[in-house]
Design a protein around this ligand. Structure first.
Ligand code: AHM
Ligand code: MG
Length: 343
């Protein structure tokens, strides 16, 4: 991919008409040698899919889209109607763009070959936070884009370390629908204008504070954690004004929502390994890698406790990984507990 033009940032301010997502991407590519528009087309396709999913999420109850399809996915989880719909929309729009060589999805048992001559590969979680669909709590879509290798491409080509990502983003279907994107030049938030049907830049250059006030973890898993993680959990709940403790606790149960809040406000999100899930619950390719890319672009950290998430190569499309991300200082404290340096 041609390198985005860093001189574009920060973007110019507009008063009457904001910067659209497409303008933002095109500006970032301006002047880049060998820019063919393929990358912009692919991101436009993803933006279209997100807008279609948004419209169904907003009408889910009315459109008969609550509940299960009756099928079970590759993870043994019951597939929700909206999961299936979101997956079909993304697969269709991305394949039809002609810009994708391989796609991988949480809802597909195997990665899928598309156009072998295309320059990019896409991985996505079509609808993250499925357990929150029926109760009207924020859910989202997570995606990432790699460059396809030169020469022969196969479905295994998508198993790359996150360091090689060209772009990643997520949409949150929350009180507003927002799209947070990084093409490796910082992290930028766009908000969907419902009447215009268009994403406009709402917050450029998001930065994750170096320290935050909240921790985010499923505390119900306490008995299944190792002693080290239990000690960390007790530490963040202990009282010590000089250390800013106790931290507050926030947990939505949708990675997009919990990671989004952590990116904006700082603090820490953790889904560690436990006695029930030796590698945690979250998937490396289409959940941990894109979130790690975004949080690092915003100045934060993402780790499995020992290794940086972006250095880990997925062994298969659905491989899981412990995921701890957020403010640098807060994530470093967690690492010290996990490795026994504290506690
Ligand atoms: P999914 O809805 O795409 O299957 O994602 C898994 C979700 C994440 O969004 C969230 O962080 C996690 O599972 C919550 O798990 P738990 O209910 O065990 O706390
Ligand atoms: Mg998910």
């Amino acid at each position: 991919m041609a390198e985005p033009n860093p001189s574009f940032y920060p973007p110019p301010s507009h008063t009457v008409v904001g910067t659209t997502l497409e303008e933002h991407i095109l500006e970032g590519m301006r002047g880049a040698p060998a820019s063919t528009g393929d990358f912009t087309s692919l991101l436009n396709a993803i933006s279209l899919a997100v807008r279609i999913i948004h419209s169904r999420v907003r009408a889910a109850g009315l459109a008969g889209l609550f509940g299960y399809t009756g099928d079970t996915n590759v993870h043994g989880e019951q597939v929700q109607k909206l999961d299936e719909f979101a997956n079909e929309v993304l697969c269709t729009v991305i394949e039809r763009s002609g810009r994708c060589a391989v796609l991988a999805s949480e809802e597909l048992a195997e990665a899928r070959m598309c156009n072998p001559d295309a320059k990019y590969m896409v991985a996505f979680d079509p609808l993250d936070g499925s357990s929150n669909i029926d109760v009207n709590v924020s859910i989202g879509t997570i995606f990432s884009i790699f460059r396809a290798p030169d020469g022969s491409v196969s479905t295994a080509s998508v198993l790359r370390p996150g360091r090689e990502l060209l772009a990643a983003g997520y949409a949150v279907y929350g009180s507003a629908t927002t799209l947070v994107l990084s093409t490796g030049q910082g992290v930028h938030e766009f908000t969907l204008d419902l009447n215009a049907g268009e994403f406009f830049l709402s917050r450029p250059n998001l930065r994750c504070p170096s320290r935050g006030k909240t921790y985010s973890i499923n505390e119900g898993n306490f008995p299944y954690w190792t002693k080290e993680i239990q000690r960390w959990s007790q530490f963040v709940k202990s009282e010590d004004k000089t250390l800013g403790l106790p931290m507050g606790h926030r947990y939505v149960g949708s990675l997009v929502a919990d990671a989004h809040r952590t990116l904006l406000k700082g603090g820490i999100f953790a889904y560690p390994a436990d006695r029930k899930n030796a590698d945690g619950k979250l998937r490396l390719l289409y959940e941990a890698q894109p979130m790690a890319f975004l949080i690092e672009q915003a100045g934060g950290l993402a780790t499995d406790g020992v290794r940086e998430i972006l250095d880990i190569v997925p062994t298969d499309a659905h491989a899981k990984v412990p995921l701890i991300l957020g403010s640098r200082d807060d994530v470093n404290v967690y690492k010290e507990f996990l490795t026994g340096k504290r506690g």
